[in-house]
Design a protein around this ligand. Structure first.
Ligand SMILES: [Zn+2]
Length: 300
């Protein structure tokens, strides 16, 4: 189900202009008209009343110079701006047949001077909400009254998209004139699908070398699990565990106890240190190497 009442539009008339569609399984379409009047609020108000008086309301009245938007009836019911094509009720063709009267003249294509704004975008959003594609199935629009533009019955009956009144079979009006058909779509770009948001990369933890050395010297003499600088130590323990050198039992307690000293000693040996250079007390080079491998940086 698409949008029935456009929330940005002002309501015109009593809201009851038509009825159910005759061929709701046919694709939806929009039909563009021009009122053959001037624009501006005085014209808008006068034409809005005139169309009610003459029982020829479209769904939408739009002022291309002010972006003012009005709506007479629900988009999922028929409007009354088309003539029947013999027995075929053109106003009731399709899932929707959204008719738009633009305050303009066919002889002066409104896309040459209009100022579409957020209300026009809302109108296009509502049209698209019914699956009406950004296409013109009947092709070109009439360029003049004498121009007998194609009014293909098959396209009208079967294809969704945008039509001019000049494209509708059984009708003889040439509005909306030779407007720039693609300008309607360009004026209301489809919202681009937002790229999946990738979380910003987590800042790398920082391990303070002097804190770590202090912990490695002090913690083994504390009672089991005692800590000196647990935040720094936990980062290194996680790396030693990932390296396969520290049992999970000891990793993450933040205490640089004797097991962690042994694990670090093994890491130093892996780095090629021997003798007193592999004493389990972290040095800058071995710690930086561990950090590069497991994603932390070393300070100090
Ligand atoms: Zn018309």
């Amino acid at each position: 189900m698409g949008e029935i009442w456009i929330k940005e539009a002002e309501r015109l008339g009593d809201g009851d202009i038509g009825g159910a569609m005759d061929s709701p399984s046919a694709p939806g379409r929009a039909v563009w008209h021009t009122t053959e009047s001037g624009a501006g609020d005085a014209s808008f108000d006068a034409v809005a009343k005139y169309l009610i008086t003459h029982a020829s309301e479209p769904h939408i009245l739009y002022d291309p110079t002010t972006d003012r938007l009005g709506q007479y009836g629900p988009l999922n019911e028929s409007a009354r701006a088309l003539r029947n094509d013999g027995a075929t009720r053109t106003n009731r063709t399709g899932r929707v047949c959204i008719q738009i009267e633009v305050l303009a003249k066919a002889s002066k294509p409104f896309t040459a001077y209009w100022k579409p704004g957020k209300n026009f975008a809302a109108l296009m959003r509502a049209i698209r909400s019914w699956g009406v594609p950004d296409t013109w199935p009947a092709g070109a629009l009439a360029q003049s009254y004498a121009d007998n533009s194609p009014r293909p019955r098959t396209a009208w009956a079967t294809k969704g998209g945008h039509y001019g009144h000049s494209n509708v079979p059984g009708n003889d009006h040439w509005d909306p004139g030779n407007i720039d058909r693609s300008a309607l779509f360009r004026a209301a770009p489809k919202p681009s699908t937002p790229a999946p948001s990738t979380p910003p990369p987590a800042a790398k933890p920082v391990v303070d070398l002097s804190n770590l050395i202090a912990a490695a010297r002090r913690d083994p003499d504390l009672k089991q699990g005692g800590t000196t600088h647990p935040a720094d130590v936990k980062v290194v323990e996680a790396a030693l565990k990932a390296e396969g050198l520290l049992a999970a039992t000891y990793a993450g307690d933040g205490s640089f106890g004797s097991s962690t000293v042994s694990a670090y000693k093994a890491w130093q040996k892996r780095c090629g240190y021997t003798g007193s250079a592999a004493d389990g007390i972290p040095g800058k080079a071995s710690l930086e190497k561990l950090g590069r491998k497991y994603g932390f940086t070393v300070k100090g």
